[in-house]
Design a protein around this ligand. Structure first.
Ligand SMILES: Cc1ncc(COP(=O)(O)O)c(C=O)c1O
Length: 437
C-alpha cells in the first residue's frame, strides 16, 4: 500500500486557520502609539497646511512659523519658479501619463538633465520622478547579488530600499566613523564582488556632513566605487551650490551623485549624475525609472527654473543667507540652553554649517510634549523619534530657509524660550550643552 493510498482512507485534515494579512494594521505597536497620541491631542505628524510653504505658513487655522521645511532657499514661493511651473503646465498639460521609457520624455526633461549634469560637473544625468526613486533605481540596478554595498548607519531610507531591491550584501558602518569604514572595507574585500560605498553628503536628520575626502581615500585603496546622496546639500553647500562633494573638493573622486528636487529646488523629482555609460545603463534598466509615470511638467519646469537661479549670480547669495540663518538659529537655541547638534568640524578645523539645526530631547514622548508647546505657540518643527533616530535619541529637527528674516527667527526663539519654561515646570530639565552628531 502506498503512502497516498493510506492517506486517502483518513479524514481530510482541517485547513490551517487562515492568517489575516491585515492583522498588523490593527496590532502593530505604532497603531497603539498613534491612538494614545490622538487621545491626548499630541500627534505631531500629518498636520495640515492650508497655503504655500513659506517662512510663515497657514496651518490648521492659524499662522505658524515654519521651521520644519526643506525649502532651504525659499524658492517654492519665488515668482520666477512659479512662472516656470506654469509655463510648463500651459505648454505640456497637467500630466504626461506615461513612463520616461515610452511616451513620457519631454524635451524639458532632457534640458533639465543637461543643466544638472553641467552644474554637477558630471558626464550625464538622469531625472527620476522622485528622489526616492533615484536612489532605489540607481542602487537596485547598478548592484547585484554578488556585490557588496557599504552604507553609513545614518543613510536615508531610500538608500536601504535600493539595496534591498538589488539583493547585494549590505554592510553598514557606524555613523561617520572612518575607522569602522576601514574595517568594513577589509571584510567587504573578502566578499568577492564589486564594492560600492554610499553615504549622505549631509545627513537628513542631524544635518552633519560625511568625511568625504577620507572616504574617497579608503575607496581608492580598496578599489571601491563611491556614491553620495546630495539631497540636503545641493543648492546649499559649495561656491556653486553643487553640494558636499564640491565643498569638500572631491567632485572628481566621487563616482555617482544623487540629489532630489524636493529641497532647495522647490519641486519634486530626483536625479543621478555620473559617467555616461552608467547613466545610459540606468536609462534602459532601472525599474523605478521605467515602470512609473514621469514627473508632471509643472514639477520639471519649477526644478529647471530653480536650478537656473542657483547657477545665476543670485545663487551664492541665497546659499549664504540660508547658512547665516542656520547659524543665527543655532546660536539662539544654544543661548536658551537647548542641546543643539553642533556643526561638523572638518580635519582642518573648519566648521560646516547646514540648514538643519536639531534640538536633542532624548525621550520620544518628551519630544512630542515639547513639540506641542511650540505648535501651540505658533511654531512648527519636525519631531524625529525612534527608528528615525537611535533609541532615546529623539530630537526636534528644525530647519531654516534663506527667506526667514531675523524678526521671524527671533519670534521663534521667544516661543522656544516659553516652551522650555513650561516644559521644565512640568516634566523636569531638558538636556543641555552641545551635542556631537
Ligand atoms: C537624504 C535623502 N535622500 C533621498 C530622499 C528622497 O527624496 P524625495 O523626497 O525627493 O523622494 C530624501 C528625502 O527625504 C532625503 O532626505
Amino acid at each position: 500500500m502506498s503512502a497516498s493510498d493510506a492517506g486517502s482512507s483518513l479524514p481530510a485534515a482541517a485547513p490551517p486557520t487562515p492568517i489575516d494579512v491585515f492583522a498588523k494594521a490593527r496590532e502593530h505597536e505604532r497603531v497603539a502609539q498613534l491612538k494614545a497620541a490622538r487621545e491626548l491631542g499630541l500627534v505631531p505628524y500629518f498636520r495640515v497646511l492650508e497655503g504655500p510653504t513659506l517662512p510663515v505658513v497657514e496651518m490648521e487655522g492659524r499662522r505658524r512659523i515654519m521651521l520644519g521645511s526643506n525649502n532651504y532657499l525659499g524658492l517654492t514661493g519665488d515668482e520666477r519658479v512659479k512662472a516656470g511651473a506654469l509655463e510648463a503646465l500651459n505648454r505640456y498639460g497637467t500630466g504626461i501619463t506615461g513612463s520616461r521609457f515610452l511616451n513620457g520624455t519631454l524635451d524639458l526633461h532632457l534640458e533639465l538633465e543637461r543643466e544638472l549634469a553641467e552644474w554637477l560637473g558630471a558626464e550625464a544625468a538622469l531625472v527620476f520622478t522622485t528622489g526616492h526613486q533615484a536612489n532605489v533605481g540607481t542602487l537596485g540596478t547598478i548592484l547585484g547579488p554578488s556585490d557588496t554595498v557599504i552604507a553609513d548607519s545614518g543613510d536615508h531610507a531610500s538608500i536601504l530600499d535600493g539595496v534591498i531591491l538589488s539583493r547585494a550584501k549590505l554592510r553598514a558602518f557606524r555613523h561617520n566613523r572612518i575607522d569602522r569604514l576601514e574595517r568594513t572595507l577589509e571584510k567587504a574585500a573578502q566578499d568577492g564582488g564589486g564594492i560600492l560605498i554610499v553615504v549622505d553628503g549631509v545627513f537628513s536628520t542631524e544635518g552633519d556632513v560625511s568625511p568625504l575626502p577620507e572616504i574617497c581615500d579608503l575607496a581608492a585603496r580598496f578599489g571601491a566605487r563611491v556614491m553620495v546622496d546630495e539631497a540636503h546639500a545641493l543648492g546649499v553647500l559649495g561656491t556653486r551650490g553643487a553640494g558636499s562633494c564640491e565643498l569638500l573638493g572631491v567632485e572628481d573622486r566621487v563616482d555617482l551623485r544623487m540629489a532630489t528636487f524636493s529641497k532647495s529646488l522647490a519641486s519634486c523629482g530626483g536625479v543621478i549624475a555620473g559617467p555616461s555609460e552608467v547613466i545610459e545603463f540606468l536609462r534602459i534598466q532601472a525599474r523605478p525609472f521605467i515602470f512609473t509615470a514621469s514627473a508632471v511638467p509643472a514639477a520639471v519646469g519649477a526644478a529647471l527654473t530653480a536650478v537656473r537661479i542657483c547657477r545665476s549670480e543670485e545663487g551664492p547669495r541665497l546659499f549664504a543667507r540660508v547658512l547665516d540663518n542656520a547659524r543665527y538659529l543655532h546660536r539662539g537655541l544654544s543661548e536658551l540652553g537647548f542641546k543643539v547638534v553642533e556643526p561638523t568640524r572638518l580635519a582642518d578645523g573648519t566648521e560646516v554649517v547646514t540648514p538643519v539645526v536639531p534640538v536633542v530631547v532624548g525621550d520620544d514622548w518628551k519630544a512630542v510634549f515639547l513639540w506641542k508647546l511650540l505648535y501651540d505657540a505658533g511654531v512648527y518643527v519636525n519631531v524625529m523619534i525612534h527608528p528615525a533616530v537611535p533609541p532615546a535619541g529623539a530630537l526636534l529637527r528644525t530647519s531654516v530657509m534663506a527667506t526667514h528674516d531675523a524678526s521671524t527667527l527671533d519670534r521663534a526663539l521667544e516661543a522656544f524660550a516659553g516652551a522650555k519654561r513650561s516644559f521644565e515646570a512640568e516634566h523636569g530639565a531638558l538636556p543641555e550643552g552641545a551635542s556631537a552628531a
